[in-house]
Design a protein around this ligand. Sequence first.
Ligand code: AHR
Length: 368
Amino acid sequence: MVTRKLAVLAATAVAALALAACGSSGSTASSSTSAAASSTAAESSAAGSSEVESSTAASSGAANAGSDELPAADPAVLKDAVIGFAQVGSESGWRSANTDNIKTTAEKYGVDLQFTSAEQDQAKQISSIKTFITQGVDLIAFSPVVETGWDAVLQEADAAGIPVVLTDRSVDSDPSLYRTFIGSDFILEGEKAATWAQGEFADATEVNMVVLEGTTGSAPANDRATGWANILGSDAKFKTLASQTGDFTRDGGKEVMEGFLATYPDIDLVYAHNDDMGLGAIEAIEAAGKVPGKDIKIVTVDAVKAGMEALSAGKINFIVECSPLLGEQLFQAATGVLSDQEIPARVVTIEGTFNQEQATAALPTRLY
Ligand code: AHR
């Protein structure tokens, strides 16, 4: 194990924001930083429609500025470092790509990665983290299943002097209990989806919508709902007929959509919090004798290959990107933490959006 040095990072004192470049082309993330707390011009330029671009810029009001960066991942620091990673589970294509990317990157740097998967069960994830603490690993990283309920285990890690890095999803605990949070701006993702819907249905007088929510209590489910409401919450034209969790799974999306279709004959739009649930919805819509993408429009989040293929085929109408390629940044952050360097308290992944044409163009080089 490497020598663990804990420089306590006062999150409030480190306002720098790292922006990881991993835009619509699906290229592996690299990072830059900014004091801005939300989206950027770069993000907007990656967007697939001008409606999305202008709204994105307007809703963030942020400019790219600032300079603090994550250090380069250093094999000299990372080799044989014992890093415990407690993954959410294997619920989606996004999750599989994220797991692969973290494992491959750990291998590249010679990290002794202790990997566990919680199958979307917070109790299991807490138990894994406790095991990492007992083992005395050098660093713990995890993507929290849900946002709440982490104080005790984070305090335990803190008391044991083990630094924690959050990837993908955040928690509502005091930021002093973890060293950084690397991941997407889920609120912005919801805003992008809603901005597309606003443009797509500009001429409609009424839009009957159903929502396939992500895992209840998870940051992406909470924030993607908030982002949508930020843009369309006060637009009476958009009527939410029903909103229910499909747990971020294809089967869940299919089952919930079957129920929606049985109850509501006149659905115009599905907002699915991820591609997998959107893909499940497509199956349900086709089984009901309707044409996904035409009779019922679909907007999703992620842009994994299967989602992009459905978009290219016209079965999904728009996808907001959420990059799972967080491995490089995780081990950059780990390098900083384990070599006692200051790192930004927040690292935001830069992401784009895709319409049908853009998905078709991006697919041949899509990495996940
Ligand atoms: O936290 C990221 C979300 O989790 C992805 O959008 C979803 O597909 C996954 O399960």
